[in-house]
Design a protein around this ligand. Sequence first.
Ligand code: NAP
Ligand code: F7E
Length: 319
Amino acid sequence: MPTALITGITGQDGSYLAEFLLDRGYEVWGMVRRASTDSHERIDHILDRLHLVQGDLLDQPSLMAAFAVAEPDEVYNLAAQSFVPTSWSQPVLTAEFTAVGVTRMLEAIRQVNPAIRFYQASSSEMFGMVRETPQTELTPLHPRSPYGVAKCYGHYITVNYRESYDMFCCSGILFNHESPRRGLEFVTRKVTDGAVRIKLGLAERLSLGNLDAQRDWGFAGDYVHAMWLMLQQDTPDDFVIATGKTHTVERLVELAFAQVGLDPNDHVDTDPRFVRPAEVDILVGDATKARTKLGWEPRVSFEELIAMMVNADLQRLSS
Ligand code: NAP
Ligand code: F7E
């Protein structure tokens, strides 16, 4: 039975990846950081099938101890400070977690067992002010936030450990992916939750930032499959994972409100507090390499994704 260790198992992607690997017969270890109250909401339903080990991306000895205890064949580094606006208010912490944390992971693997296969959660935010459309593995990077800059570091240190030490390190350049488990601060979930609250009389208005931004949004459940596929190849490589379709935030709002039978013009306003110091205007990925080499395809469309999220929020808030 193969063994996998997931950092960030309490997050959106970590929970889907843990389910995916358990279904394939893996022994799954999750690295969690110590907190005064636990944050296991997304993995409560599988907790009895998981092994948890404490560790923090800021603390190299804890990473080495986690690898020594779990003895993983595969490590998925999903932990990060992942909310872009927070990266302007906490730029140094974002760099410590999201950038240097990757080096701590790689160095711990190199010292404990360099044969471990490593997946790094890179991001389309690295493309930032895009140099070409659609974006591929070869598109030059131009990050627009401290988060994007930190992810560029994480990407290149992953490539560097592969080239320096011949380690099996892959960087998945994932475009936005969402689900009913998405954090409430991200725009898709903020909109689906907001529309449902207004429908149920729990809120009156929804304030948003830049409605013109365009994103290539997919379903998180599809994207964790791609992470696993990358580590099953004969040689390590980097892959863009995306749907190839882009939509505005305004379109997202229209879809979510239409699903609950409301007109967004009556309920949605814009607030400069949610506008970013530097914006990524448009992202759309070309996942041809993943399709050809991994045989990966997204299964859930944008419309199905938003319907899934609205339905889940309706169920949660009505009960
Ligand atoms: P998420 O829901 O925000 O989860 C982040 C996870 O990281 C949580 O489990 C969190 O643990 C953990 N974490 C944060 N700081 C840590 C630290 N210092 N030590 C250990 N664990 C720490 O993120 P996600 O959406 O699942 O994304 C997973 C990864 O993919 C992230 O690296 C993100 O940057 C990247 N990514 C996401 C997307 C997307 O659209 N979702 C796209 C591209 C790349 P707590 O529960 O303790 O807070
Ligand atoms: O914003 C606009 C906002 O916060 C999407 C992370 O998973 O994906 C995510 O980063 C767009 C931006 O995601 C609001 O300005 C408008 O243009 O949902 P988001 P993100 O910044 O794209 C990448 C790939 C990651 O790697 C990240 O970890 O929506 N927007 N109004 C808003 N965004 C938010 N959050 N809130 C608003 O009110």
